[in-house]
Ligand binder design. Structure first.
Ligand code: ADP
Ligand code: MG
Length: 687
């Protein structure tokens, strides 16, 4: 026999005597009691009244046919009976309980636990197999996946569909589809079967089988309500209620004494199906998790079904996320690179230049900084070391080649503090500075100009700088700073050599001041400024504090990153709107599916969850692809030997992931809610 699975809080079961709702006996309380039920549909400014005060009672265990001409209101009545729709006025009691005050979720619970629907057009979900379709009601009632599959295949097997378990509806005949829908109606062990023209789309033989199954289900004790316009079908019931123009015009029992015996194989098979409801119930949170899993599966299925559309929708998210991650990585990369260049100088380095700013410096005519300044500053308590530099322009010559170059007179420590890299040879030393040696370090541009044959190492060669011969001791690597590619040639000599052999003067291009460890660089900057003003009488120099440079660069790159990231965020929002748009399309395309799910007992939250999951999934997958694209871009740039460096931070990647999830939730919510708020009967009728 059918098992009761009503909880004590069940609005139907509570007032029932033991066995009440499911009792095969006609006790005092009818299972279904309509009193003066009317239904009116708004039609323009008017209303069309379809049901005019229907009053009838149906008792547990009855098999009732509702017959009437097309358009007489049978389906409207059936939808009210099945709690898919509400009466406009009048009362509808199920097991003595008023249904008018139940909220949509309570109605869904009633449909889920007590009603099984069989429709003329089957209303199967085309993307699911037979088993998948039969399982759906049990997903919403919280049966374990294993329990669902077992019961669905048992029901289908009993209905003669054992060899069609994995077929999608499109590959089944009408009669077979109707059997699947009968199995679905029985999945939650419904005690009331509502069949609206169940044979209307079937050939005679299939129709007979379906009717035989319904008769058998009634014999098991289920209440069967059958809607038809065909008297031959109606006569299979034990009672016929005829309606015409929304009114009950007759209600009479059927005398079966003269009937020929009926009941085919299917019906006999069904008798054994007397469903030992093997519903392994789940804990509430497990059930919720399971429903989420199902929503996830459905989301994947629908994404796959509309692959191209899903991908195009995702593209907005992919591009948005990829650009956010890439831009942040690029910004971080260039910042680190610039800072790495500066950090060789240490925080405690000041650079003193003549003139008032870089504009003055470039003119080359400001000669306010002298060697004496450097020597004096070196004596100050905050100075740990001083490296004067001198520059001048002259020619370098090798054989017949003669090119103009910038000659830099520097200290030996210059290279390490500037962070230059050697391609060949070595730097000159403090000793070279002391002895004014004619040793020269050339940059890559000079090497390329003087020694185009790359294989030949220029170390040891002698070149003429101006009129002074100098031995090449080292070659610098190509500079890859972010400051543009200079094509000018630079050579480096000990500053003592430059002063002695070239300028003869004591004018300096700059003084590199290493501040002692125990002094703050800002304080040292102030002290040095004071000291030099005292010496010169005027402010005719400026000091670059590497700390300031670092801060300026950090601030600049941060601003840039923020700016570009803001643009990327705008593109993400646009992507999100695309997702919302497509989700709205998806909802409107799948209104029917939503109706079917609601008919078998899906709560509004289940529908909301399903569409929200789909939107979030599209965005998360888009986000992951976007992150991968950004990582790939970094790889490609690196492989191409580009000077762009990508430094990916976990924060930006996790942030991008979170943002794409949020976009899915934010832009998926509206379409999902519009799906969840659909009226089940409206949804079901949508073509
Ligand atoms: P039956 O199932 O008996 O053929 P229905 O119950 O489907 O009839 O419909 C009865 C009448 O109600 C028809 O005239 C139909 O046009 C009208 N009707 C049904 N649903 C709606 C609706 N949502 N809005 C307006 N009129 C409706
Ligand atoms: Mg109808």
């Amino acid at each position: 026999m059918v098992e009761a699975k009503s909880s004590p809080r069940d609005p139907v079961a509570t007032p029932q005597p033991v066995g009440g709702l499911l009792s095969p006996h006609q006790t005092g309380t009818p299972l279904i009691a309509l009193d003066g039920v009317t239904k009116a549909f708004p039609s323009g400014d008017d209303v069309v009244v379809v049901l005019h005060g229907i009053t009838l009672s149906i008792f547990t265990g009855e098999m009732v046919a509702i017959i009437g001409a097309s358009g007489s209101g049978k389906s409207t009545l059936m939808n009210i009976l099945g709690c898919l729709d509400r009466a406009t006025s009048g009362t509808y009691l199920i097991g003595g309980r008023e249904t008018g005050s139940l909220d949509p979720d309570e109605l869904a619970k009633l449909r889920r636990e007590h009603f099984g629907f069989i429709f003329q057009r089957y209303h199967l979900l085309s993307e699911l197999t037979s088993i998948g379709n039969v399982e759906v009601p049990a997903i919403y009632s919280g049966v374990t996946p294993a329990g669902r599959v077992a019961r669905a295949s048992m029901l289908l097997t009993r209905l003669g569909m054992a060899d069609r378990l994995e077929y999608p509806p499109g590959k089944l005949s009408g009669g077979q589809q109707q059997r699947v829908s009968i199995a679905r109606a029985l999945m939650n062990d419904a005690n009331v079967i509502l069949a609206d023209e169940p044979t209307g789309a079937l050939d005679h033989a299939s129709g007979e089988e379906v009717l035989a199954i319904l008769t058998e289900l009634n014999r098991e004790g289920r209440t069967v309500i059958l809607v038809t316009h065909d008297m031959a079908v109606a006569r299979r019931a034990n009672r016929i209620i005829e309606i015409s123009d929304g009114r009950v015009v007759s209600d009479s029992p059927v005398d079966h004494s003269t009937d020929a015996p009926v009941g085919g194989q299917a019906a006999e098979a069904m008798s054994a199906a007397t469903v030992t409801a093997s519903q392994g119930g789940l804990h509430a949170w497990r059930a919720a998790f399971d429903r989420f899993g199902e929503a996830f599966k459905m989301a994947l299925m629908s994404m796959r079904a509309h692959g191209l559309r899903t991908f195009l929708t995702m593209l907005g998210i992919i591009i948005g996320i990829a650009s956010v991650v890439a831009v942040v990585a690029l910004g971080e990369g260039s910042r680190e690179k610039v800072l790495a260049g500066i950090s060789n100088l240490g925080t405690n380095t000041l650079e003193i230049f003549p003139g008032l700013n870089y504009g003055d410096l470039r003119s080359g005519k400001v000669q306010t900084l002298k060697l004496a300044d450097a020597l004096e500053i070196a004596r100050q308590p905050y100075a740990a070391g001083v490296a004067p530099t001198v520059t001048l322009s002259t020619t370098v010559r090798l054989g017949s080649l003669e090119l103009s170059a910038q000659v830099n007179g520097v200290g030996a420590e210059y290279f390490s503090v500037k962070g230059t890299q050697l391609a060949a040879g070595q730097y000159f030393t403090d000793n070279s500075v002391t002895h004014m040696t004619q040793e020269v370090v050339i940059d890559d541009n000079t090497r390329a100009a003087l020694f185009p044959a790359a294989k030949l190492s220029p170390v040891g060669q002698i070149i003429l700088i101006g009129k002074v011969p100098a031995t090449i001791v080292g070659v610098l690597q190509k500079q890859l700073t972010g400051f543009g590619n200079s094509t000018s040639l630079s050579v480096y000599l000990p500053y003592t050599t430059v002063q002695a052999r070239f300028t003869g003067s004591s004018t300096l291009r700059s003084i590199l001041l290493l501040v002692s460890d125990d002094t703050d660089s800002t304080l040292a900057e102030q002290a040095a400024t004071k000291f030099l003003i005292a010496r010169h009488g005027v402010l005719d120099f400026f000091i670059m504090n590497n700390d300031d440079i670092r801060q300026t660069i950090t601030a600049t790159t941060d601003t840039m990153t923020l700016l570009i990231a803001a643009i990327a965020v705008i593109s993400l929002v646009v992507g999100g709107i695309g997702v919302m748009n497509i989700m709205l399309v998806s909802v409107s395309e799948r209104v029917k599916e939503i109706g079917v799910r609601m008919a078998v007992g899906a709560r509004r939250s289940d529908i909301l969850q399903q569409f929200l999951t789909e939107a979030v999934l599209v965005c998360i997958v888009g986000g992951i692809l976007g992150i991968m694209l950004a990582l790939l871009a970094g790889q490609i740039f690196a492989a191409l030997g580009s000077s762009f460096t990508f430094v990916y931070s976990a924060t930006s990647i996790i942030g991008a992931f979170a943002v794409s999830t949020l976009i899915g939730i934010a832009f998926g919510y509206l379409p999902a809610r519009s799906a969840a708020q659909l009226d089940p009967v409206v949804a079901l009728e949508r073509e």
